[in-house]
Structures are given as C-alpha cells and as structure tokens.
Design a binder for this molecule. Structure first.
Ligand code: AMP
Ligand code: MG
Length: 529
C-alpha cells in the first residue's frame, strides 16, 4: 500500500460497529457489577488514567488498520489506546460471556477488564475489532479492579506478535501503554501484595467472540438470543457458509472444530502451552486468545504447565492440550444443541476435530523431522526419547536439521550436543538409545533421497530458531519495570522473523540459563495479572 493512503488521524478510521448495532444491549446504563440478562454487551467507558505513555506498538498491526507511523507516534494515539479518549466512530462496550474454568461451570464471567472500541473496516475491506485490556472496571469485573500490570501486558503484547510471525492463528496486539498509575497485585496469592505499574494493551482481531459467549446464553435457556448471536456470528465471521439454517449451524460448528484442531497442532509444533484453556478463553475463530500464564517448552516435557494455579492437576499441560480442546468443543456442542437439535450433526463435527487433529499432527511431525511422509515408529520413539533427559525442544529440531544423510551416527550425536541441559544425564544407556534412533533416522533420510539442503530448508521453515523463551520475556519485563524498554523492542524485532538466524542475536536462541530454572516468571506463573 502507498504511504499516501495511510490514515494520519484516528478520527479518519472507518468504523462499522455491527456487534452493538445488531445485538441487544444491556439496558442498565450505570457501570455497576451485575448479572446481565437478555443482552450480549453493556456500554462502558474506559477509565481515565493520569499519565499515559505508549511504550511500544506493532507496525504490522498498525498497517492492518492503515495507520501511519506518524499517527502511532502521536499524543492522540497515546490517549486513545490508554483509554482516555474515544476517536470518532468508536462505541465502547464490554461483552457478556460465561465459561468452564478448570472443568467447572463458572456462570457469568464476561469482559471484566476488556473494553471493545468498535470494528475498523480497513482499506482492503477487512474487519478488525479493537479491544483495550486493562482499561478499568466493567459490569463484568466481579470482585476485581479491571486493571492489568506491566508484567502481564508485556507478555500479552510480545506473545501475540510472536505467535503471528510463527504462523500460529492468534489475536494481535497494536500497542502497549503505561497508565502512569500503580496497581496492587499479590503475584503468587501468598500474602505478598506489591504495587506494580499499570498498563493497557490494545488487542486486535476479526472478532473476540468466545465459546463462552454461546454457553452463557444456553445456560440461561435464552434460545432466542443464542440463535441471534449464532446468526450474527455466521453472517459476520463465517459469511462463506451462507445464510444461517440448521445445516449451516452444523457446518459452522464443523468449521470451529476444524480451526481449533489446526490451532492446537500449531501450539504443539512450536512448544506453546496456553496455561488456561478455560472455555471462556477459546476463540470461535480458532485464534489463540488471552495470553495469561502461558509458557514455552524449554526441555521437552509433555507434563509441563507454567501455571502454578494448575500445578496439582496439570489439566492444561502441554501433552493434554489436544484433549482439552476437544472437551471444550463438547461444551460448545452442548451450548449449540438447542439450535441444531441433531446430536449426529454435532458428533460428526467433533469427529472432524479428531480427524483434522490427527492428520495435521502427523503432517506437522513429519515436517519437523524433515520427512516426506509420517513415520509412526520413528516419531513415537523420538517422543519417548526426548523427555528422558532434559532436551531443549527448539534447539533439538534446529540441530536435527544439520544432520546429513551420509553422516556417521557419532557425528550426528555431536551435532545435537547443544540441545541438552545436563551433560551428566547422557548416560551410556541413554546414548545407546539415541544412537539407535539416529541410525534409524539417517537410514530413513537415505531412503527418501531428498537433498540435505532441501530437507534442511523445509525443517527450518517449521522449526523456529527463536521463540519467546520464558526467561527472555522476564528479562524484558525486569528492564521495562525500571523504565528501560530496549529489550522489549529487541524481542519484538527478533520475533518478527523467528525462522531465520539473525546476526548478533545468537544469545537469544540460547537455552534457559540455570538461574531461570526456578525463578518466578520464568518457569512458574500464576493467573495474577
Ligand atoms: P482469565 O481466565 O484471566 O482470562 O479471566 C477470567 C475472567 O476474569 C474474565 O471474565 C476476566 O475478564 C476476569 N478478570 C481477570 N482479571 C481481571 C481483573 N483484574 N479485573 C476484572 N476482571 C478480571
Ligand atoms: Mg480470559
């Protein structure tokens, strides 16, 4: 796009706030915490903040909105995206949803600290909803303050963009602003509250509709509104399916199942653990949404979860994400039943989830290993081998790509050395198993006969060199809390191109240093944010 077509004032953005126009509003005008019945949203203004300061924005997301760099650097941008002002055409509101939290129905949740500003229609005709997170209380805030701290906002901002550039479906982040105010948080809920810096992230997505938006209406037996929201969602977010009908509801749920499967396979590919896969944190568009106590696998461990709130049951551990997504889809199926009233249609769609997951997972694993077809034995053996000793997942797959089909197994083992955290764990017994696996792998490469460079390029396009390692995010947070945003900018720039090795950035691909093993924020996170 030519720069002269860029928008130079936020008031020139074109809004089409279809959600508020077509769906029923809560009639109560006051911003008091309450149960909201018979409505999809409540109008609510962001809370004013004393001294907003936009510390970073994502150029690619500004581009989606046709915003010029000048407008992003303006005071107007700072004021609007910290919640102090509405630009022309904005109509602020929070939405009503429910959800299952950790397997239990939790009733009404809703946007407790998220305020939508409306949908921008960009010059390509795309719809992009803008949402402030951390801009103050809403009718859905329940017992909390509606605010967010810098720590969790840095994590949301960076990870949204990192995931996008990794090719994982996700909501996006336009900006991250300090509010100039402090927020009290007890990070580990253990009686140690402290004042932290308040922050607001502006998130951007085609829509922020969650499974829980449908669940709350089904739970309240409001079938008329359930149908209205489903019809709205199909017409707005799935127009290719055609006009709503029983058959189209079925196709729509089918599509939600398919997209959810695709998304989770991507998570497994890059080693992402969402951490809080409650049904209110599941996007109807199959986008990764709500970056809270997420984490990245360092040593490959299917049982790992970063979320200390889930430390006992480990419901949302890496190796359980596919099963949980299915469980969540079953809850959505239950919610949609009154619309469809055909169990077989819903079951068929759930089967599509399983098929899509299996098919995509096999293709993904084959690609990670650089094989032209999935090899069940080779893949299964590797996934048993990886957790035996602490093996950095990201480094392992990049190093695996360096193995040539005519290499000796001893040389191949040498190539992988950097992926291991504790050399003493590499016992003779383990090395024998690794030797066996590698000789099978090399044999398979020889059979396939693909040129090493070609295979390597393919592997390096699906196995990232850089991910948002937990300790890197924490280092950027430590500095940001001291007013130094250099690392934050460095990580955003780095993660724009995660599959290429970047000059002078090798240290950002390094495995977790020992100090980060048990440090809060690096390996352990809570829901406090
Ligand atoms: P989560 O699991 O973090 O996505 O949030 C679950 C629910 O709690 C959602 O309804 C959130 O809006 C709400 N929530 C989380 N943090 C806050 C907060 N600081 N103030 C108000 N509501 C919040
Ligand atoms: Mg949430």
């Amino acid at each position: 796009m030519n720069t002269h077509t860029k928008i130079t004032q936020l008031d020139d953005l074109h809004f089409d706030n279809r959600f508020v126009r077509e769906l029923p509003a809560d009639e109560e005008p006051l911003n008091t915490r309450r149960q909201v019945f018979g409505a999809c949203y409540s109008r609510v203004l962001p809370t004013q903040v004393v001294n907003p300061h936009c510390i970073i924005y994502a150029q690619e997301v500004a581009d989606l909105l046709d915003l010029s760099p000048e407008v992003c650097a303006s005071n107007e941008f700072t004021q609007v995206f910290a919640g102090n002002r509405l630009a022309k055409g904005m109509d602020a509101y929070s939405t009503c949803y429910g959800g299952h939290q950790f397997g239990n129905w939790a009733g009404q949740l809703g946007d407790g600290r998220a305020i939508l500003l409306g949908d921008v229609i960009n010059q390509r005709g795309e719809r992009w909803a803008l949402q402030l997170k951390g801009a103050g209380v809403t009718p859905y805030s329940r017992g909390s303050d509606g605010l967010a701290v810098l720590r969790s906002s840095v994590r949301e901002f960076l990870c949204s963009e990192a995931m996008h550039h990794l090719g994982v479906p996700t909501t996006r982040a336009l900006s991250l602003s300090l509010t100039g105010e402090t927020v009290i948080r007890d990070m580990f809920y253990n009686g140690n509250p402290r004042a932290e810096l308040g922050a607001v992230v502006c998130r951007v997505a085609p829509s922020f509709t969650r499974f829980g938006h449908f669940q709350i209406l089904a739970a309240r037996k409001d079938s008329a509104l359930l149908k209205q929201l489903a019809d709205y969602t199909i017409r707005t977010d799935f127009p290719e399916l055609g006009e709503p009908s029983t058959a189209v509801y079925g196709q729509w749920f089918n599509e939600v199942c398919r997209r959810t499967a695709e998304m989770v396979v991507h998570w497994q590919r890059v080693g992402f653990v969402h951490g809080v896969m409650n049904t209110d944190n599941m996007s109807i568009l199959g986008l990764t949404i709500d970056y809270g106590p997420y984490g990245w696998l360092e040593n490959y461990d299917p049982h790992w979860t970063p979320n200390t709130t889930d430390a006992e049951e480990r419901r949302y551990r890496f190796g359980n994400q596919a099963a949980i997504a299915y469980w969540n889809l079953v809850q959505l199926a239950n919610a949609l039943y009154p619309l469809i009233e055909q169990v077989e249609l819903l079951k068929a769609a759930l089967a599509v989830y399983e098929q899509t997951f299996e098919q995509n997972w096999q293709a993904m694993m084959a690609a990670k290993l650089g094989l032209t077809t999935f090899d069940e034995a080779l893949c299964g053996e590797l996934l048993e081998l990886l957790p035996i000793v602490e093996t950095d997942m990201t480094i392992f797959y990049r190093k695996l790509a360096l193995i040539d089909s005519n290499m000796s197994v001893t040389d191949a083992i040498e190539q992988l050395a950097d992926a291991y955290y504790v050399p003493e764990q590499l016992t003779a017994n383990y090395l024998t198993q690794l030797h066996q696996w590698l000789s099978g792998y090399i044999q398979r490469l020889q059979q396939e006969g693909v040129a090493d460079e070609v295979r390597r390029a393919g592997m390096n396009a699906v196995n990232p060199h850089y991910v948002l390692r937990n300790y890197l995010a924490q280092l950027a947070i430590d500095d940001a809390e001291q007013g130094d945003f250099a690392k934050l900018h460095e990580l955003l720039a780095l993660l724009r191109d995660p599959y290429s090795e970047q000059a002078d950035k090798q240290h950002l691909a390094a495995k977790r240093p020992d100090w980060a093993r048990q440090r809060a924020g690096c390996s352990m996170l809570s829901c406090s944010s």
